[in-house]
Design a protein around this ligand. Sequence first.
Ligand code: AMP
Length: 416
Amino acid sequence: MTDFTGFDLAQPILRAIADEGYSTPTPIQQKSIPALLEGHDLLGVAQTGTGKTASFALPLLNRLASNGTRPQSRKPRALILAPTRELAGQINDSIRAYGRHMHLRSTVVYGGASIRPQIKTLAQGVHILVATPGRLIDLMNQRHLYLDDVEIFILDEADRMLDMGFIPDVKKITAALPNKRQTVMFSATMPGTIQGLADGLLRDPIRVEVAPAATTVEKIEQRVLFVRKDNKRALLGELLDDRDISRVLIFTRTKHGADRVSRHLHQNGIQSDAIHGNKTQNARQRALNSFRSGKIRALVATDIAARGIDVDGVTHVINFDLPNEPESYVHRIGRTARAGASGIAISFCDVEERGYLRDIEKIIRQSVPVFEDHSFHAAEIANDTRPAKRPQQRRNSSGPRRRHRGRSGNSTKRAA
Ligand code: AMP
């Protein structure tokens, strides 16, 4: 399979793919599209950035187009569940783009936005509904939505649903779906609970898996900068003097931290904005649009808000704070290497974050090279060989620990 015409997809879909400028299917698309076109259920182990949206959206559009009916009021034929508003919005945008030459209607519903227009659109009828779980349940409870006609159900980022406590909601929703349906589930990781959920939802699924985290990470140039906590903002300012850092996503651990960093950048004449869970949907969307269009150079985000953000051309990711879950590191830095591009990821590490760094290095199976050539380099942190205090709230806390990180932080790979 070298291009999309090898798939048995309708002409309007192939035209839309050409409009998007896609020439070669990504590995997940190569594996998923034929299986889904044949009507199989599918379990996809893949993260954002692999092209997974098109891998389920194209077969879905193809199937709905093949037995075209007018949309029924309050009864969609396809349901896609996503954990965050941003991801749900992006999936709907993708569906509209891939379906632009077809007469299929889709909409997105999520919390934090007025429910009235959502009720109205559902009453007028859509073929495809993209939703976050909470708002979907509200609409069902208020009888503005019925799932009896759903033929295709897609559960995206199932592991993130689990992290965000949505599994009971997901179960409530799936209980309302017809038994006769095609089901697709995507998850970046497969913890036991998610495997259990998959066993209950999917019938004889084809399993496809692409690019384990470590492979994605290899395309990204990574560096760690040891710095005292109270010097982090000044260090950020110094780095951003480099105009090559033209579109930068900056991660903080807390919402307040995100606001503080964004304010600091503003005061220093760098256009930036922050997105996190305390911002309204409108404010988040505005910030995202400004970042996408290049109106602002820096977007400061927390992990949840940034999940699934689909912005091309991010030149740098800066971890202002290291995440306490090592998997988040992989998700974060993956924002700068979308669809085959490479990128640079810079992480600040203060004395309390050394344990986080070690856990990250364990899951990416590399040491992150240390960058010493900056004015805030804290040699005492780099050279500190005492065992790090166990930070709290960590997963993956078992297993052997590295006892010493060399000064040079060379990047030799460790055995897998
Ligand atoms: P996703 O993993 O679905 O979030 O997709 C990641 C990015 O890859 C998006 O910006 C898509 O527009 C882009 N993309 C998806 N499929 C392809 C493809 N076959 N060729 C080039 N870009 C793609």
